[in-house]
Write a protein that binds this ligand. Structure first.
Ligand code: IMP
Length: 187
């Protein structure tokens, strides 16, 4: 069941505009490629890159948690690789939300092995209280509390991605607690 609205579409639009102008100021002299971490990044990446006034390249990577774990684990399996050669390129790695940080850490390690010139993380949301591994987010939309959220690309069991606003998800249990874990492969 959908709970409190955490960010409305106007809030999201304002955040994306701010991030686009911050990134635009950073683009000069770079060879930029925007790599989105599927699937949660899709709405964010398309809105963000359309606000940039210079041509940029876009690619996608998809990973899933290793094994059948229902929590995000320390190692990920590559489901879909990028097609671009990123050697010497400036990567803007676009993620919907940074939770424990393990996904980004593993994706960054994977991409670093291809010798890009730089990798900077662009994340719409971050839950700092959940962090288990340190990940530097160069461009951050906003921090949120430790609640499970859906909408604007964020899912629960592949549902709710297409909601224009971001809501807290409330489990329909007796306690009414928000889920703290993510189903494997639901990214
Ligand atoms: P991490 O590896 O723990 O940082 O998890 C990052 C991934 O978990 C994100 O890309 C999302 O796919 C998923 N995730 C974490 N928190 C949420 C949430 O509140 N809603 C939806 N997905 C989430």
């Amino acid at each position: 069941m959908l709970g409190t609205k955490v960010l409305g579409r106007e809030d999201i639009q304002a955040i994306v505009r701010r991030l686009a102008s911050e990134i635009e100021a950073d683009l000069a002299g770079r060879s930029p490629i925007f790599i989105g971490v599927l699937k949660g990044c899709v709405y964010f990446l398309t809105d963000l890159t359309r606000l940039l006034r210079q041509p940029v390249e876009v690619d996608f990577i998809q990973v899933s948690s290793y094994g059948a774990s229902t929590t995000t684990s320390g190692s990920v399996v590559l489901v879909k690789d990028i097609t671009a050669d990123v050697r010497g390129r400036d990567i803007y790695l676009v993620e919907d939300i940074v939770d424990t940080g393990t996904t980004l850490k593993d994706v960054i390690r994977l991409l670093e092995a291809r010798h890009p010139r730089s990798i900077q993380v662009v994340a719409l949301l971050s839950k700092p209280s959940r962090r288990q591994v340190e990940v530097e987010v160069a461009f951050l939309g906003t921090e949120i509390d430790d609640v499970f959220v859906v909408g604007y690309g964020l899912d629960h069991a592949e549902s709710y991605r297409n909601l224009p606003d971001i809501h807290e998800l409330v489990l329909e249990t007796a306690g009414g607690e928000a889920p703290q874990t993510v189903a494997a492969g639901s990214r």
